[in-house]
Design a protein. Structure first.
Length: 190
């Protein structure tokens, strides 16, 4: 990927993230009191997430550019598609070495072969459609899901409030055109 294409990709991702954050509170049910975290814990989790992402991005083996990193109460969730089991193992090792990490959930999936340029484009479109469908659905909290796609296989990850929300997210994703199958690797909040 050229430097210009990589920069454009990051700008698009950043714009999508900002759009998601701006919609986070719109028509979404409140989180139950027993599952809420304090502002200090949220800040700590954000710092941990940033440190883990930095460790993954700067490691030659980990190459964590396509890995989603989410943190809740010091628990780190790694998800997405990687090239090999060695890469997945390295990314878990790097995440565990970050100060403040209490535990690491490894939801990384090893890719089944190389993707063509067409696959990558199709997967990007599917990912955007699934994210949009989750955001539009009034029974899911679309901003709480990380969505990655590889050859039509959609992986959902993140921390959700209930088993009902998990099931609904799977249903919403399955109904999106271009989705071959859905792997729901979400975790119910503690």
């Amino acid at each position: 990927m050229s430097k210009h294409a990589a920069t454009s990709t990051w700008r698009i991702a950043a714009a999508a993230a900002l759009a998601g954050l701006s919609l986070a509170g719109c028509n979404r049910p409140d989180t139950p009191a027993d599952k809420k975290v304090t502002a200090g814990t949220e800040l700590d989790d954000s710092v941990i997430t940033t440190k883990v992402k930095t460790a993954l991005m700067t490691d030659n083996v980990g190459k964590g550019g396509d890995t989603s990193v989410e943190t809740r109460k010091g628990e780190v969730l790694l998800s997405g598609f990687v090239d090999s089991q060695a890469q997945a193992d390295r990314e878990v090792q790097l995440a565990k070495s970050v100060e403040g990490v209490q535990s690491v959930q490894n939801k990384l999936m090893v890719k089944d072969g190389k993707s063509t340029a067409g696959n990558v484009l199709d997967d990007s479109v599917v990912t955007v459609k699934v994210k949009s469908a989750l955001m539009a659905d009034d029974r899911t909290r679309g901003t709480q899901f990380a969505v990655t796609t590889h050859k039509g296989v959609v992986q959902l990850s993140g921390f959700v409030d209930s088993a009902d929300e998990q099931a609904r997210a799977t249903t919403v994703a399955r109904n999106v055109e271009g989705v071959q199958s859905v792997v729901n690797d979400t975790t119910i909040k503690k």
